[in-house]
Design a binder for this molecule. Sequence first.
Ligand SMILES: [Cu+2]
Length: 251
Amino acid sequence: MKLQGVSLTLATGVLLLAGVVERSFLKGAVAAKPEANLTGSVVGRVRLEGLKPEPARTNMSSDPTCAKQHPGAVIAEDFVVGSEGALENVVVFISDGMNGKSFDVPAEAAVIEQKGCVYKPHVVAMRADQKLRIVNSDNTLHNIHPVPTNNREWNKAQPAGSTMEETFAREEIAIPVKCNVHPWMRSYIAVFKHPYFAVTGKGGSFDLRNLPPGEYTVKAWHEKLGMMPQKITVAAGEAKKVEFVFKAPGH
Ligand SMILES: [Cu+2]
């Protein structure tokens, strides 16, 4: 153990030395950048450890308009797992450390589409008071019904081919959404009062940018696996690497 400690100290010393050399090299190149640009970021990926649960298969036979769009089996999107356990559809966000700062709401709408009697995307992340454009691209009636705990509940029938708009006033991670016509339809909408959030896609990766230096709690949320927090410190100009590992159910 002692020997290991000595070699670790040596290694740290060499690394530190390398850091000093590297910094002095870079100094000239970055000197022109104004201080204000030195925001940081939080980058990383989310993984599932253990055996991926068998995905649910959906039977759409109650609505032939839906069923005929899916010649093969329809697989639920709760566990979309890529190579090395890369987990998609996870919301990663800053939950603490914003100190009451307020941010402009984007003018552009977030979008959720009903296509093939499935919600696209399966997980939406958006801002409080931002417009949500709800699109029915199917040739059948849908009924969109978010079931929030911290927002106003609404429940709207949506005729084939139509579009409508709604908003959520308060932060909530995340609101389950269902369709009263098609019981298999399910999505989640995460609503934030700040812009520091992402939903993992292919590779399970995320990137929260333009974060002022500071101490934060960053959380990952998955619809079946729940919430996982980590405390982090982001330095000016730093790309903080963070990894979240969820354990598969039964592991
Ligand atoms: Cu529907």
